[in-house]
Structures are given as structure tokens and as C-alpha cells.
Design a protein around this ligand. Structure first.
Ligand SMILES: [Cu+2]
Length: 180
């Protein structure tokens, strides 16, 4: 294999994780409609940040982005987003569970709702470093709990030393006074 072909292969391998994003057609060929169990549709699928959900639906339906309470209770009044264009693409941008329902009366209660757990992308770092946290200083020694009890008696020795120097100094002064 020539070096150009090898380089091209490496480039291809390096580029694959970055462009690997999936568009999921909600309900597959059935689309977003009544009579589909979207809990079953979700089962076995892995959704990641960067993937896209595509809702394809008729005029009697629409898509509301709701929270878990809205999903559980089929309440669309607190929806953060509403779509009714018949072909709605939702980019999965954040890790966590996203909840959708059809706000048409009775449809959510009939099962037309969707909860999707969005996982981080495999290539993304596990946790970005926080700018406020400082790394541990290598100059700081670990605390030693044994130091206080094992220390010898430096104050006593130091005072003895001071007394010795004092005595020597007094002796020199006295001798100096005697000699002169
Ligand atoms: Cu509907």
C-alpha cells in the first residue's frame, strides 16, 4: 500500500467519529401518528448528542416539547416548543431525557407521546475541566499526622543553646574586664 493510500485511510478513520450522527425517523415508516407505541419504538435504540429526531405527520397531529410532568400527565400547556409543519427535525443537543407529545385532544392519552434518553457522544470528553477549579499544587507536601507526636524537644535544646552562648558571652566580658 502506498503512503498516500495509507494517509487517506488514516484520514478516513479519524473523520468517522466526528461525522457519525444519526437521524431517527420517529415511528419509522409509520411516522408520528396515533396507534403507535413509541415506548416500544424507543426500545433498543441509542440516542446521542448530535443525532436528530424527525417527526413526519399529518394535519391532525403536531409536536410539543414538554417536561417529564407534561409527558406523564399529557399536559401540553407548559410546552417549550411547538411544531405543526408536518416534518419536524429536532436536533438532540443536550444529555438527558427529552419528552414529546401530540397536543391534539386525546392523542397523548392514546399513547402518542415519546420519551428519549440522550446520551453523550462517545468521542466527547467525559467531563470538561472546570475553569474555576485549580489543579493540586505539586509543591504542597501531604499532611503528616505523625509529625507533632514524634518531634523531639527543640524548644528545650534551643534554650540550652541560648544559655550556653549567654554564659560564654558573660565569661568573655568578665575576662575582658579582668585583663584590662
Ligand atoms: Cu396526534
Amino acid at each position: 500500500m502506498g503512503s498516500t493510500a495509507t494517509a487517506a485511510l488514516f484520514l478516513l478513520l479519524a473523520a468517522v467519529p466526528a461525522v457519525f450522527a444519526v437521524t431517527f425517523k420517529v415511528g419509522d415508516t409509520s411516522g408520528w401518528t396515533s396507534g403507535i407505541d413509541y415506548t416500544t419504538w424507543v426500545t433498543g435504540k441509542t440516542f446521542r448528542v448530535g443525532d436528530t429526531l424527525e417527526f413526519i405527520y399529518g394535519l391532525s397531529h403536531s409536536v410539543s416539547v414538554v417536561d417529564k410532568a407534561g409527558y406523564d400527565g399529557c399536559v401540553s400547556s407548559g410546552a417549550t416548543q411547538n411544531f405543526a409543519d408536518g416534518d419536524t427535525k429536532i436536533d438532540l443537543k443536550t444529555v438527558g431525557t427529552m419528552h414529546f407529545l401530540c397536543p391534539t385532544f386525546g392523542h397523548c392519552l392514546g399513547g402518542m407521546k415519546l420519551a428519549v434518553l440522550v446520551l453523550p457522544t462517545p468521542s466527547s470528553p467525559p467531563s470538561p475541566p472546570s475553569p474555576s477549579s485549580s489543579p493540586p499544587s505539586p509543591m504542597t507536601p501531604p499532611p503528616s499526622p505523625l509529625t507533632p507526636t514524634l518531634s523531639p524537644s527543640p524548644p528545650n535544646a534551643a534554650s540550652k543553646g541560648v544559655m550556653s552562648y549567654g554564659l560564654i558571652g558573660v565569661t568573655i566580658i568578665l575576662m575582658y574586664g579582668v585583663m584590662t
